[in-house]
Design a protein. Structure first.
Length: 367
């Protein structure tokens, strides 16, 4: 006979309704077992740091940790002389218990190492080899050092689930406004779409990248990721300006079905506001990821970008400290209204305010 009501044990995650012929106990036990064996998904974030980029990179990593929910694994590719400094800074955050990290040397294929290292900025082309180096990593978010997360990494990570069966990577357009676009006006090589794509924020399903055979304009034979890079460089090295980003544009020009495009607020750069606002999604929802290219975090040309960078660089991980950055930041941003970017300063704090409220306004037990 069925019992009228039973509960096998107290489970804080799930209270089951009345037992039906013992199935309550069965499902409760099964759920308990699944909690033990299901690992929490880790998000993988990679960055390449050379030269004077230590502080900028550390600030980027801090911004990722302040808001993110799922644990993070940082893959940091850096020159040897930076390793001790990275280790000291990251080890001082170990109390967070929400991340781990691996430090790697800068490495290129030995037969062409010098050529790859001097392509565009020092070490920048290291990102092209991530699918070949991190062979055990399924998916990865690559970001430049001058990136700041203004909402959880979890949110851009979730875009992986929106890829269709042919898409292997995601990037934002290089420009929204063709009249100021670089690729469509000056490029001497193929590029993706109408204005090209920017590789400063690149979400990758690396398992698919390693498996795919790419169409190309060098041979009728399709080539895998590890085989296509050097031939591409040899063919276009006299025509490319932005190094590895140009090579990615060429690759996805020939394989457009493989790229997922996310909107400009996931990679918001000075070009989106220095000539007037041209990222509609950021105007509506705020900036999700701030990309301070052109060195704008460190000079006075775009003070709105610098204000956000300084606020996060000086912020600590305490709840009160995160909360208290908003008011001083808004006051600093109000001082930038003499610039085009400063005129729309509210988009710099719109999403940031929401992220702080969502992450830090809940009672501790709910976090």
């Amino acid at each position: 006979r069925c019992k009228a009501s039973t509960l096998c044990y107290w489970n804080p995650y799930w209270m089951l309704p009345s037992d039906v012929c013992g199935m309550n106990c069965f499902w409760e036990a099964a759920f308990r077992y699944s909690l033990k064996i299901q690992p929490i998904e880790k998000m993988h974030l990679a960055v390449v740091a050379c030269g004077e980029r230590l502080e900028e990179t550390v600030t980027m990593l801090k911004s990722a940790l302040i808001f993110s929910i799922k644990p993070l694994h940082f893959h940091i590719f850096a020159e040897d002389q930076l390793h001790d400094s990275f280790k000291a800074r990251l080890d001082s955050w170990s109390f967070l218990q929400t991340f781990n990290y691996t430090l790697y040397p800068i490495t290129f294929p030995s037969e062409n190492a010098v050529e790859w290292k001097k392509l565009f900025k020092p070490c920048a082309s290291q990102r092209l080899f991530l699918p070949l180096i991190l062979k055990e990593v399924d998916s990865l978010l690559y970001v430049d050092t001058d990136i700041l997360f203004l909402r959880p990494v979890d949110d851009i990570w979730s875009l992986l689930k929106k890829f269709n069966s042919t898409q292997i990577a995601a990037m934002a357009p290089e420009h929204e406004e063709p009249r100021i676009g670089w690729y469509n006006r000056f490029a001497r090589h193929p590029y993706y779409g109408k204005t090209g794509v920017n590789s400063g924020v690149m979400l990758m399903n690396m398992t698919r990248m390693r498996r795919k055979y790419f169409k190309n304009d060098m041979t009728t034979v399709r080539l895998q990721w590890g085989d296509i890079l050097m031939p591409l460089l040899k063919k276009y090295k006299l025509n490319i300006t932005w190094g590895d980003q140009d090579l990615l544009n060429i690759m996805f020009f020939h394989n457009p079905e493989s790229l997922f495009i996310f909107p400009c607020q996931w990679n918001y750069r000075p070009d989106h506001c220095i000539y007037g606002s041209n990222c509609r999604e950021a105007e509506e929802e705020g900036i999700f990821i701030l990309h301070g290219n052109r060195g704008v975090y460190h000079d006075d040309k775009q003070p709105a970008f610098r204000a956000v960078y300084e606020a996060l660089r000086n912020c600590s991980f305490e709840d009160d400290n995160v909360h208290s950055l908003l008011k001083p930041l808004e006051l600093e941003l109000q001082k930038t209204v003499h610039t085009y970017c400063g005129k729309i300063y509210k988009i710099f704090i719109k999403q940031l305010t929401k992220s702080i409220r969502d992450r830090y306004d809940r009672p501790p037990k709910e976090r």
